[in-house]
Design a protein around this ligand. Sequence first.
Ligand SMILES: [Zn+2]
Length: 341
Amino acid sequence: MKLICPVCEKEVEVEPANTVRKVNVRGEIFEVPVKLYRCLECGYDQIEDHEDPQDEIDIAFREYRKKHNMLQPEEIKSIRKKYGLTQQELAKILGISPATLSRYENGGLQEIAHDRLLQFIAEPKNMYTLVEKNKNLLSEDRIKELKNKILEVMENTDRYESLERKHNASSEKYRGNKAFSFDFFEKVVLYVINKVEALGNVVTKTKLNKLMFYIDFLSYKELGHSITGAVYVKLPYGPVPDGFQTALELMEENGSINIAEIYPQEGDAVTYIIHSSKPVYDINLNEAEKKIIDSVVANLGTKKASELSKISHEELAYIQTQEKRKIDYGLAEFLKMRLSD
Ligand SMILES: [Zn+2]
């Protein structure tokens, strides 16, 4: 590739020169890998690609928060959003300034005391108590709405947990040797949607089912474990993660995705288009797992849902399973889809 070399003062051919920069965060040094390039004419190796800016402070803050078990900016935002509050309202309830909260949500490094407060209210029953004690801070109507919202969040937490129990009650051969966690499943789903959307393609519900099936089963075949631990069931239009409808509803309610109903033509069945409402950070996937997801997305992400249905119907894992029964991950070894380079 070509970039501008500040030493040669012109556009030159460059090669990657990955380096680390030391960043001091509250007295601790973090070594942040940065993507830089080397000029092939003069050897200068600090060339930045301005199309792909490297925010090392941001990366170092993320590392710092991870090390100290602090919330990341998007987590702070998502706690506020799950209670349906504006920044002003939440700041009032917490007794901090709205500007401070806004700064935290946008990547500023939070005070440790504020972080603990935010983690405390992430638990809905704590939030309920705090709101109850400070009900004079917002209007009576708003407090009533907020309390209802908190109760709804509590109910949803029960639904996550029952979904997790449902998957984990199955034996390992139906989960692909992995435990199912809703949080992680949600992150993987978001990661996949973001990847497909980045390719300029639309994700429908049917398409997402199939992509998840291939990701988990291909991972089992290649690595000996599924990625999400989800159980898949054979339905007429293909393999589907068990309880997928509930999972999508929960994801929509907590603001991770939005689902649009499209009626392609008079008389056609409704199509559900799923959009991601947030980026995914800090997803706990290793390189081999990311490669599997990338490969499935590259191979199948651009295909139409009807083509994917057809492809999945030809898999032995599908053919050999009875209607509405769980699909055995052991059948993954016969997958027709291969890992691409
Ligand atoms: Zn140069």
